[in-house]
Structures are given as structure tokens and as C-alpha cells.
Design a binder for this molecule. Structure first.
Ligand SMILES: Nc1ncnc2c1ncn2[C@@H]1O[C@H](COP(=O)(O)OP(=O)(O)OP(=O)(O)O)[C@@H](O)[C@H]1O
Ligand SMILES: [Mg+2]
Length: 359
């Protein structure tokens, strides 16, 4: 005889529902606590352990990432609870990322979250990593659909039309590199260090954006696609011809930001959306935030610490699922390395490379 499922907390009361969120999709071990009341969700803690073990390899080593998650996760839970000012027994819900991401890494957080929920006899929600990124910004502003969501991270440049709770339509994506990936690659080729986003942003402050010509990618297109590999090649050629790294950073950042902002604004106009959510690691970029600030649209960004991967955003996704009345996830569900949030559109350029990237 199977045990009765745990009672679902009522998110519409004044008593807070405490939700633990866990993300171990890549190389950050993230645990965070959100308190959900009738007034909305509030981030109470956000503890992220960023793995440094990969630096010497120039990229994330999946097996090392899994092992680091295993070693760290148990030490981070008491910190996430203490910072939130609650005890383990105060938790009402656990949410953990089930995909997309590195399979071994995902499994660590997912199994840990399920085990915790089962031991505490509380509901468990499996969360989509990109939903976490989107709710990191949308929850901050208390936004309700419909809105456009631009996820700009290390693995994604995806533009979604969010039509309702848990309802997404992919209206555009990158044909090749993700925006964050391009920042990382340009920083590396120019010797600016890792992670590339903050390094490019800092160097760009000292550079001349017009010293090296960078064409804004896909200008004049009818659709809402992105492409960053041409900018990366242009940066490499200019660097080989002796361009200053600061000028490369400034020129590349200007073109990348223009492409993101122009395409998102055109999509908002075409779809009649007045609100835009911009999230993922690249949403931390100051030049990008400033440019979106001048568009006349209502644009929401994640609060500090919620741009790059973290557990609080997964708790926010869990809070949204709870408020939308979604039932808890089965404890039998697994992780998925490839997990599209919405079906891929039938566009000519969504070929092999874009499909591989459009996890
Ligand atoms: N200030 C910044 N400007 C531009 N890019 C930035 C900035 N800060 C971080 N980034 C970029 O954000 C990326 C990391 O973001 P995030 O943690 O959301 O990605 P990810 O989790 O690796 O990928 P995904 O969410 O697609 O699986 C890196 O590529 C990094 O260079
Ligand atoms: Mg991410």
C-alpha cells in the first residue's frame, strides 16, 4: 500500500509557505529559500557555491561537476536555512531542477531534493531550469502573463512568448552560439579571463566601441533569431590584426547588445506585448540593462545574485507552480539533459546546430 501524498500547502494565506529551491544543473551548487504569502513570493536566502575546479580545463568537466555537487550540497543546506531564519522542519515544499543541464550534475540536486521532501513528508516540485531564470525576473516585479521573456545565458538565447502560467511559445532563438557563450569566447581569445561576461563588461568601459567595426548580426531579418558566431570570428580576426582587447570588448558588447535589444523590441511590437522579462547570466550586463531601459517597454530584470544560476530562482518557479494550482511532481520522475520548454518553431535556420543548442 503506498503512503498518502503529503498535503499541499495553501499559498493564499498570510502564513508563509517556505519553499526550498535547488539547482545543480551545471557548475554552480545553488540552494535558496522563498517565503510565499498571499502578497507574493519573497527570496529569503540564496546560497551559491561556484565551482572553480574547471578553470584549468577551460570548460566544465561534467564528472567533476557532479562530484563537487555531491561534496557541497549537504553543507549548503544549513546555510540556506540559517540565512532564511528557519529550521529544517519549517520547510513546506522542496523544488529542484530536473533539466535541462548536465545529467550527472542534475541528478545530484534532484535526488537530494526528492529525498528531503520524502523524509519531511512535504510536496516536491520538479522545475525547469529556464522557468527558474524567467521567474527570477518575473517574480521580482510581480508580473503576470502575457509577457515576452528573453533568456540570455551561457547555454541559451531564447525568446519566449509567455501567454499564461506554464504556457510558453518559442518565438526566436540563436542559430549558433548563445550570448553568454559568445561573451566567454571573445573574452578568452582577447586574454580577458573567465567568466567572460563580467570581464568583457569591465574592459569595455576602457575601450572605444567604434575602433573595431562589428556589424550587428542578422540586421534586416523578418524573424526573431539571433546569431553570435560571426561576432566571435570578427573579434578573432581583429585581435590577430592587433586590435586592443578593450576596443574589441567595447565593439563586441555594443553589437551583441544591439542585436538582443533590437530583436526583442521588434518581437514585442509584432506580438503586441508591452512587458519584457530579461534573465540569465547576460542580464547582469550593465550596457544591456541601460539599452533596454531606453526602449519605452516595461522591462524586468532579476535582482542581484539571481541572474546566473541559483537555487532561489528554482524556489520561485516552485512558488509559481503552487500558486497556479499545479499538482506536486511524482517522486518517480527523472532528470533530462535535453528538455525544451516549448516546441521548436518551424523556421528554416533551426537546423542541426540550433536544435542542439535549443535545449
Ligand atoms: N555582466 C555580464 N555581462 C555579460 N555576460 C555575463 C555577465 N555576467 C555573467 N555573464 C554570462 O552569463 C553566463 C552564465 O549565465 P548562467 O549561469 O545563467 O548560464 P548557464 O546556467 O551556464 O547556462 P544555461 O542557463 O543556459 O544552462 C556566462 O556565459 C557569463 O559570461
Ligand atoms: Mg542557467
Amino acid at each position: 500500500m503506498s503512503a498518502a501524498p503529503p498535503a499541499q500547502p495553501d499559498p493564499h494565506t498570510d502564513a508563509p509557505t517556505f519553499i526550498l529551491g535547488i539547482d545543480t544543473s551545471c557548475d554552480d551548487t545553488g540552494l535558496g529559500v522563498v517565503a510565499l504569502t498571499a502578497a507574493g513570493p519573497q527570496v529569503r536566502s540564496n546560497i551559491v557555491w561556484s565551482q572553480t575546479v574547471h578553470a584549468e580545463y577551460g570548460g566544465v568537466m561534467p564528472e567533476l561537476a557532479s562530484r563537487e555537487h555531491v561534496e557541497r550540497i549537504d553543507t549548503l543546506l544549513p546555510r540556506a536555512l540559517a540565512e532564511a531564519g528557519i529550521a529544517l522542519s519549517d520547510l513546506d515544499v522542496v523544488a529542484a531542477t530536473s533539466g535541462p543541464g548536465l545529467m550527472g550534475a542534475l541528478l545530484v540536486g534532484l535526488m537530494y531534493g526528492k529525498g528531503l521532501a520524502q523524509a519531511l513528508k512535504i510536496p516536491f516540485y520538479a522545475a525547469h531550469h529556464l522557468e527558474g531564470h524567467i521567474y527570477a525576473a518575473a517574480s521580482e516585479e510581480g508580473l503576470q502573463p502575457p509577457y515576452l521573456a528573453l533568456v540570455v545565458s551561457g547555454g541559451h538565447t531564447h525568446l519566449f512568448d509567455v501567454t499564461g502560467g506554464g504556457e510558453y511559445r518559442l518565438v526566436g532563438a540563436t542559430r549558433d552560439d548563445a550570448a553568454g557563450e559568445a561573451f566567454d569566447k571573445v573574452a578568452r581569445l582577447a586574454g580577458l579571463g573567465y567568466p567572460g561576461g563580467p570581464a568583457i563588461s569591465a574592459a569595455a568601459e576602457r575601450g572605444d566601441p567604434l575602433a573595431v567595426p562589428f556589424k550587428t548580426p542578422l540586421q534586416g531579418q523578418q524573424g526573431f533569431e539571433f546569431s553570435f558566431s560571426g561576432l566571435k570570428t570578427a573579434a578573432l580576426l581583429a585581435f590577430q590584426r592587433g586590435a586592443r582587447p578593450e576596443d574589441l570588448a567595447a565593439g563586441f558588447q555594443r553589437a551583441a547588445v544591439r542585436s538582443l535589444v533590437d530583436t526583442a523590441v521588434r518581437a514585442a511590437e509584432a506580438l503586441g506585448r508591452e512587458t519584457l522579462v530579461v534573465s540569465g547570466g547576460v542580464a547582469a550586463n550593465r550596457a544591456l540593462r541601460d539599452a533596454f531601459g531606453q526602449t519605452g517597454l516595461r522591462v524586468a530584470f532579476p535582482a542581484g545574485g539571481l541572474n546566473t544560476d541559483n537555487g532561489a530562482m528554482i524556489a520561485l518557479a516552485g512558488a509559481a507552480a503552487l500558486r497556479d494550482g499545479q499538482p506536486p511532481s511524482s517522486l518517480d520522475g527523472g532528470a533530462a539533459a535535453y528538455l525544451p520548454l516549448a516546441p521548436l518553431p518551424d523556421l528554416p535556420h533551426f537546423g542541426t546546430s540550433a536544435r542542439r543548442k535549443a535545449r
